[in-house]
Design a binder for this molecule. Structure first.
Ligand code: HXC
Length: 295
C-alpha cells in the first residue's frame, strides 16, 4: 500500500520539480532519511541510498521506488561511512547506473545513551568516526560529481537555470549540542564537528556553485532518538517548550530538505536549519528556542 504523499512531503511542492535529478543519501534506510528520499523520488528524482545492512538497505530502496511510477532507487548495502573506499565505490556505482549525483544527504549517524563514565575511548571514537569522519567521507566521495552538477546548473542567481538546481549537500545534525545534553557527550562533540564542517564547505566551495547546509532535527515523532530521549511519563506532544504545540514530524524535515534543494533555496548557504530547539535565526523550530527551560 503506497504511503500517501501528504504523509512525507507537503502538497505545495509541484510533482516533477526534481525530474532528471539524482539524490545520494547515507543512512537512507533510517526513519528520517528514507522520508527525505521518498519526497524527492515522488517529486521526480532517482535515488541511491547506502547503508551498512544489505537486506535493510535493499528493501528500503524497493519501498522507495513505489513513491513514483518509473522511479529508480538503488540500494547499496555493506557501506560503512567510516571507510572512504566504501563511499567512493558507492558514488561511482550511483553515477554509472543513474547518470550523476546532484544532491547529497549525509544522514548516517551513530548514537546511544551513555555517561562519560560508561564511555570507553573506543565508544567515543566510534561516534566521532561515524558522524564526523563519515560526513567528511560522504562529501569527499561525492564532491567531484556535485561540482559537475553545479556547473551544469549554473545561473546568474536572478534567473533560474533551465537545468534546475544541483551541487547541493545537506548534513544531518542534531539540536542537543547547542544547549548540552547529558549522556550524549560523544554525540554533542560529533554534531558540533558536523556543523563546522558544513559551514567551512559552504564558504570554500560556494564560489564553485556548491551549497552546503545543515538540518538539525530535534524531537521528531516516530524516530529511535525520540523514543530514547523522551522523558518517561511525559507527553512530548504537549511540551510547553514548543509554542506551536507539537513536536516535529518526518514531513517537516523532508519539506525543509526539498526547500533547500529546490530553486527556492538557491541563496541559502552555510546555514543550520533547526527543528524544535533553535537560536534566533531558526526557520523550522516552532519557535521553541524562545521558551525557557531545559529539554
Ligand atoms: C556504552 C557502547 C554502547 C552503549 C556501543 N558501545 N553501544 N558503550 N553504551 N550503549 C561501545 C562498544 O562497547 C564499543 O566500545 C564501541 O561503542 C563500538 O561499538 P560496536 O558495537 O563495536 O560498534 P559498531 O558495530 O560500529 O556500532 C556502533 C553504534 C551503532 C554507534 C553502537 O550500532 C549505532 O549507530 N547504533 C544506533 C544507530 C542510531 O541510533 N541511529 C540513529 C541516530 S539518531 P568498546 O570499548 O567496547 O570496544 C540521532 C539523533 C539523536 O543521532 C538521537 C538521540 C538519542
Amino acid at each position: 500500500m503506497p504511503v500517501p504523499k501528504h504523509e512525507y512531503v507537503s502538497e505545495v511542492w509541484k510533482d516533477g520539480i526534481f525530474a532528471n535529478k539524482v539524490i545520494f543519501c547515507t543512512g537512507g534506510a533510517g526513519t528520517i532519511c528514507s522520508m527525505q528520499v521518498r519526497a524527492f523520488v515522488h517529486l521526480g528524482a532517482n535515488a541511491c541510498i547506502v547503508g551498512r545492512k544489505v537486506e535493510k538497505t535493499e528493501q528500503a530502496a524497493k519501498d522507495l521506488e513505489t513513491a513514483r511510477a518509473g522511479a529508480k532507487v538503488l540500494g547499496i548495502g555493506e557501506v560503512d561511512v567510516r571507510k572512504y573506499e566504501d563511499l567512493a565505490k558507492a558514488a561511482e556505482k550511483c553515477v554509472k547506473e543513474l547518470g550523476g549525483i546532484d544532491f547529497v544527504i549525509a544522514g548516517a549517524a551513530g548514537n546511544f545513551l551513555a555517561s562519560i563514565n560508561q564511555l570507553s575511548p573506543n565508544a567515543f571514537k566510534t561516534v566521532i568516526d561515524i558522524d564526523v569522519i563519515g560526513s567528511y567521507n560522504t562529501l569527499k566521495a561525492t564532491l567531484p560529481y556535485l561540482l559537475k552538477s553545479a556547473e551544469k546548473c549554473k545561473s546568474d542567481g536572478l534567473t533560474p537555470s533551465p537545468n534546475g538546481t544541483g551541487g547541493r549537500i545537506i548534513f544531518i545534525s542534531a539540536t542537543m549540542h547547542y544547549m548540552g545534553q547529558a549522556l550524549q557527550t560523544h554525540v554533542n562533540a560529533a554534531k558540533a564537528g558536523v556543523d563546522a564542517l558544513s559551514v567551512a564547505v559552504a564558504i570554500e566551495q560556494g564560489p564553485f556553485g556548491i551549497t552546503s547546509n545543515v538540518i538539525s532535527p530535534g524531537a521528531i515523532a516516530g524516530t529511535e532518538g525520540f523514543a530514547r530521549l523522551s522523558k518517561k511519563g511525559t507527553d512530548p506532544m504537549k511540551s510547553p517548550r514548543i509554542p506551536l504545540g507539537r513536536v516535529g514530524t518526518v514531513r517537516d524535515i523532508a519539506d525543509a530538505t526539498v526547500y533547500l534543494f529546490s530553486d527556492a533555496g538557491s541563496y541559502v548557504n552555510g546555514e543550520v536549519l533547526y527543528d524544535y530547539i533553535a537560536d534566533s535565526n531558526s526557520i523550522v523550530d516552532g519557535g521553541a528556542w524562545h521558551v525557557s527551560g531545559t529539554q
